[in-house]
Design a protein. Structure first.
Length: 292
């Protein structure tokens, strides 16, 4: 009787969220699956193709190369993101002088749109009109810095740096919230036992935040696979497709080649891969929970 009354209360509250999920996620996903089973001409006529286009993706070198670039983007960006984010969050936890100003400076880029940030860094990294290459050239060190967005060896790292610069404030806030949840009695007991701040940080605080870091890593991997705007605005997938990710390949396939069926198949594959990666990372990084 009690459970039945609970359902009467809970189900109406879940209805609005369920409708939004169905309209903006489930229906577009189902529509994409239907599109992926058809081939389209430039006149808009469609022909049922079954799973043929999924099989073609296995031999599509450009799509497979874009998946590799997405993995590299996640790895490079993760190495750029997490060490400084953890260090800054820990420093802010120590209650530094001028903390409010520092918080504002760290979080300020987050409020800018992705398009604004991508265009800004595209001009900053421009080899002649920007700031980086001309500054090094004026110092006589121009040979040390390549054309960052024009060199296949550095273009992907430059895009990853821009994405990290734009969003690191959110990650610092999330990690800072983890530090703020640290039980004071545990930390005080460590200090009474003679542990320094670095020992507390490395041996107690970081292990207790393992669950938070697991969630953040999964979120970062998913986000890096969706970094379409940064790549499209800054490099367009170049040079020589060195920064192509699945989203840019899908965009060109759909809107430049008018092959909406193949683009939809790529989208379905990416969604499935995202789910598998998220589940895999969640399982791999899972450990016994720490209660405090």
């Amino acid at each position: 009787m009690f459970r039945r009354s609970q359902r009467r209360i809970i189900l109406p509250l879940l209805l609005p969220a369920s409708l939004l999920l169905a309209v903006f996620f489930l229906y577009p996903l189902a529509r994409t699956v239907v599109l992926s089973l058809n081939t389209f001409t430039r006149t808009g006529r469609s022909t049922f193709a079954g799973l043929t286009q999924y099989g073609d993706l296995l031999g599509d070198e450009r799509f497979l190369h874009s998946l590799g670039n997405a993995v590299l983007l996640a790895l490079i960006g993760g190495c750029m993101l997490f060490p400084p984010a953890i260090a800054i969050a820990w420093a802010m936890y120590q209650r530094l002088h001028g903390e409010r100003v520092f918080r504002f400076l760290i979080f300020a880029p987050v409020v800018l749109s992705v398009a604004v940030v991508a265009l800004m860094w595209k001009f900053i990294l421009h080899p002649t009109l920007g700031l980086v290459n001309p500054a090094f050239a004026a110092l006589g060190l121009g040979d040390l810095v390549p054309v960052l967005l024009g060199d296949p060896r550095t273009a992907l790292a430059a895009v990853a740096f821009t994405a990290v610069w734009h969003g690191i404030g959110i990650w610092i806030v999330l990690i800072s919230s983890g530090f703020s949840r640290m039980p004071a009695d545990v930390l005080e007991a460590g200090r009474l036992d003679g542990a320094g701040e670095w020992t507390l940080f490395a041996r107690i605080m970081l292990p207790m935040m393992r669950e938070l870091f697991r969630t953040l890593i999964v979120l970062w991997v998913v986000q890096s696979l969706q970094a379409f705007a940064f790549v499209y605005i800054m490099t367009g997938g170049g040079p020589f497709f060195s920064t192509d990710i699945p989203a840019t390949v899908m965009y060109r396939t759909a809107f430049e080649n008018a092959d909406f069926g193949a683009a939809a198949a790529m989208g379905v594959v990416v969604v499935v891969l995202l789910l598998l990666v998220a589940l895999g990372l969640n399982t791999l990084l899972k450990r016994d929970s720490v209660e405090y």
